[in-house]
Write a protein that binds this ligand. Sequence first.
Ligand SMILES: NC(=O)c1ccc[n+]([C@@H]2O[C@H](COP(=O)([O-])OP(=O)(O)OC[C@H]3O[C@@H](n4cnc5c(N)ncnc54)[C@H](OP(=O)(O)O)[C@@H]3O)[C@@H](O)[C@H]2O)c1
Length: 267
Amino acid sequence: MDLEDYLAPLPQNLSGATALVTGASSGIGLATACQLAAEGVQLKLVARRAERLQDIQQALQARFQVQVDILAVDLVRPESWDALSRAGFDQVDILINNAGLALGREPVASSDFADWQRMLDLNVTTAFEMVRRVLPGMLARGRGDIVCVGSIAGQIAYEGGAIYCASKHALRAFCQSLRYETCGQNVRVLLVSPGMVETEFSQVRFGSAEAASAVYAGMQPLTPANIAQAMLQALQQPRHVNWDELVILASDQGGVSKVVRRSADAG
Ligand SMILES: NC(=O)c1ccc[n+]([C@@H]2O[C@H](COP(=O)([O-])OP(=O)(O)OC[C@H]3O[C@@H](n4cnc5c(N)ncnc54)[C@H](OP(=O)(O)O)[C@@H]3O)[C@@H](O)[C@H]2O)c1
């Protein structure tokens, strides 16, 4: 019997492709930038912290000999979207639509409206706008990959996370519509929805390293590299394969409401 048709196809070569990564200065965005650079992808990296971006640019160029362009802007400001387009950051083969944040765990009744706005501006409006900026070029060139970073919070809502959960549910709905609009045009849309990943995310959410470390106490969270590897594997699939939606949880996380913690000081 000939087994050739039943063996996994070789990963598609991404070398020479270009990718825009938003939120590339830390966590999942940084890990994705590293793994794409290791595959020979030319990068366009965006985040607010200029010095970090410069360090990352130097390190990636030195190690992987790829072109890395950077743009330090606050993506919630509409003028940043024009700066991004003027710099040609919207003409890419791959979009890693990753910049996002959560703020606080207060119930709606006592939550801060300014926090709502920041979450919705970045996780919803900016994430949608990034797609609107890159998609026309992808359609014109007849090729593209849009990877949006959602969350398990976009699958199932939880107490004390109404606005963050709503923002990630919105992103999920947006991706579903986008798939209908792009299918058959060689533009793939993938939503990656992680559970607990140890990044700066919880520090941003709770405002201190101490509070953030309590989130992961006694359990083994995912690393940013775990998520980046899954995205890379999705991108390396043959063009007729779209992984569509990936939910990735730490083995210690049963869902939004169950985490197994082993140590006595699990918090
Ligand atoms: N960590 C988790 O457990 C987890 C779980 C599910 C989903 N996610 C999602 O994963 C994505 C990445 O988060 P992460 O965990 O990697 O967190 P992170 O380490 O805090 O990274 C967030 C990135 O977004 C950038 N960013 C934030 N605000 C920005 C703004 N206004 N303009 C431009 N860039 C901005 C940050 O860079 P600057 O500060 O330099 O701007 C940073 O590079 C988010 O969409 C998050 O919702 C995370």
